[in-house]
Design a protein around this ligand. Structure first.
Ligand code: AMO
Length: 588
């Protein structure tokens, strides 16, 4: 037998029992006549003790050799630790196991890094030796928490009558705005599957098929540039419901998050989450992913600057531009070099420069000081109680300056107001524009995906004023990071075709790509809608991590490489031939 108990299980009620344990050697300590080994497995750590001099020679020789991370099996008796030796930090801290037998199940080479939480090594080494990295307590805890969260999601949704259904991985392209990963089909030469960017079309079809409430913990694949919160394959909590309006999807999502966050992390989320209109989010936060952990709202100062002597600003306003900015109440905490850094950021984003005014009791400091009229300064001056205000502002076309102000607001906020306690500032962003104009391709494109329903009030604008159409779409944002998005879908074939026309797909193309969906809408498609939440991002945020790689067992690097398996790898000639693929690589 390899074990009677695991390493986290023994306590004083087991005193006197004969046990067999297996696990990894965490540490070995020599204390003169006694030797201590900490034995570890997923469940915990238990202290083993023995006196090598009293052991048979074969056991003594193993005890001399045994090292960290060897896998051993021991047999012995559970004994109570003397009171002064009790370790309250571990579950087995009241006991130890006096061993009389030890077998080596496997040895381990010298480790490339220590398996503790405070390691200072590059992430690439961690990823190359992920099997060791995942033995570290933090990574074990992260993956266990993720599993617990997923389990709670399943529990909640199943309890709400959702049916878990798997959808294909080898499929056709689903447009979610990224490039597809493609897989050649040997049986259909010259044809390719696309890996799903999301299960979007299948979940809609499941509604037409009458399943009413679907969910899936779905793997999605997107060939896009990678960042700390983006992986080429990631997991969504994907839902779809029939006979619902936006409020129904929003309501069930809030309840789901409340339930799962409490069950997995013990957090008590306050629902309902606040909602903010897209337009307001852009004007007040300069982004559709507002971070509400700090205030620093943007304000419009166009009126104040209307008659300014400062030529560039007056001209900008005359040409339809705006002046927008935000006041930092604790301006004294922003150093001159910080201001310079923010100014550089603004220039990198292609804007002339950052306007700023430091308010002092009866004075100001600003690069524009000489030109700023008294009246303007007084209109901008913060209330007396925040004497140290520092105002940042930009002048220009709204669509150019708002996103930069948004970025700046986040930079300043993150630096000035780091939250000492974890904070869960969720917000829904609603009433999005349905379409956005793609300057490069000179055509309208869906902001979410082309299956999103326009808001009824906007249907009449469909053809004449596409920019005015609003979508029945909602995004969920947590601490400034988009963690979910969804919509009510189009369930009429006519409207769906109109939408494809609007985004410039010709009939032949959409019939070929989405003919199955259009046909299905013709066979009694119910009104339906849904949402997908980024599971990796949610778990990352709940665990206070900075990257989703910390909550994914085998993530890829920035270049999309798995350092453990070295995927993507080369393929042998035969396989290429069978798939009718000839490589044309640039000569190096
Ligand atoms: P969307 O494209 O907004 O919606 O995706 C939903 C959520 O998935 C997460 N996400 C990612 N997480 C990690 N790495 C990525 N590369 C990545 N891309 C997206 C985000 C995002 O909010 N079919 C629609 C949903 C619907 O309409 O029901 C969809 O996929 O947290």
């Amino acid at each position: 037998m390899l074990r009677t108990h695991n390493c986290g299980q023994l306590n004083k009620s087991n005193a006197g029992e004969k046990v067999i344990l297996s696990g990894w050697v965490q540490s070995v300590r020599d204390h003169g006549l006694l030797k201590f080994i900490d034995l570890r497995d997923r469940y915990g750590v238990v202290q083993l003790v023995c006196s090598p001099a009293e052991m048979p020679p074969e056991v003594s020789s193993i005890l001399k050799e045994v090292r960290s991370e060897w896998v051993i099996r021991v047999a012995g008796e559970v004994i109570l630790r003397p009171p002064e030796m009790v370790n309250p930090k571990i579950s087995t801290g009241q006991v130890e196991v006096k061993i009389n037998q030890i077998d080596v199940l496997n040895r381990a080479r010298n480790l490339p890094f220590e398996l503790t939480d405070n390691i200072q090594i590059g992430e690439n080494i961690r990823l190359a030796y992920r099997f060791l990295d995942l033995r570290r307590p933090k990574m074990q805890a992260n993956l266990l928490a993720r599993a617990k969260f997923t389990q709670a999601v399943r529990e909640f949704l199943t309890g709400e009558d959702f049916v878990e259904i798997e959808t294909p991985i080898l499929t056709r392209s689903t447009p979610e705005g990224a490039r597809d990963f493609i897989v050649p089909s040997r049986l259909n030469p010259g044809r390719f599957y696309a890996l799903p960017q999301s299960p979007q079309l299948f979940k809609q079809i499941l509604m037409v098929a009458g399943f009413d409430r679907y969910f899936q913990i779905a793997r999605c694949f997107r060939d896009e540039d990678l960042r700390a919160d983006r992986q080429p394959e990631f997991t969504q909590i994907d839902l779809e419901m029939s006979f619902v309006e936006e409020a129904d999807v929003i309501d069930i999502t809030e309840k789901l998050l409340k339930y799962a966050a409490r069950k997995a992390f013990g957090y008590d989320l306050q629902i309902p989450f606040p909602r903010i209109e897209y337009q307001q989010a852009m004007e007040e936060y300069g982004t559709d992913k507002p971070d509400l952990r700090f205030d620093l709202k943007l304000k419009n100062f166009t009126g104040v600057f209307q008659e300014t002597r400062i030529e560039v600003i007056r001209k900008t306003i005359e040409e339809g531009g705006i002046v927008q900015g935000f006041m930092v109440p604790d301006g004294q905490k922003v150093s001159t070099s910080d201001v310079e850094e923010y100014h550089q950021l603004v220039r990198q984003r292609g804007l002339g420069g950052l306007g700023w005014i430091r308010f002092r009791q009866n004075d100001i400091q600003s690069p524009f000081k000489k030109f700023l009229e008294e009246k303007i300064v007084e209109n901008l001056r913060p209330p007396a109680e925040s004497d140290n205000g520092l105002l940042f502002f930009l002048a220009g076309a709204a669509d150019k300056i708002l996103p930069v102000l948004g970025e700046l607001r986040k930079l300043v906020g993150d630096k000035l107001y780091p939250s000492p306690e974890p904070q869960w500032c969720f917000t829904w962003v609603v009433n999005f524009p349905l379409l956005e104009f793609d300057q490069q391709q000179q055509r309208w494109q869906s902001r979410h995906h082309p299956f999103t329903s326009p808001a009824p009030a906007s249907i009449e604008s469909l053809e004449n004023q596409p920019e005015k159409i609003r979508a029945k779409a909602y995004d969920l944002v947590l601490n400034g990071i988009e963690i979910g998005g969804g919509s009510i879908r189009i369930h009429s074939r006519k409207l769906q075709e109109k939408m494809f026309d609007l985004i410039g797909l010709d009939r032949e193309k959409y019939e070929q790509q989405f003919g199955f969906l259009l046909e299905c809408l013709d066979f009694g498609a119910p009104p339906h809608g849904g949402i997908a939440l980024g599971l990796d991002r949610l778990v990352m945020l709940f665990l206070g991590e900075n990257s989703i790689r910390e909550v994914i067992a085998f993530p890829k690097t920035q270049k999309g490489v798995c350092l453990l398996t070295q995927a993507p790898g080369e393929v042998n000639e035969i396989l290429l031939k069978e798939n009718r693929i000839r490589l044309q690589l640039p000569s190096t």
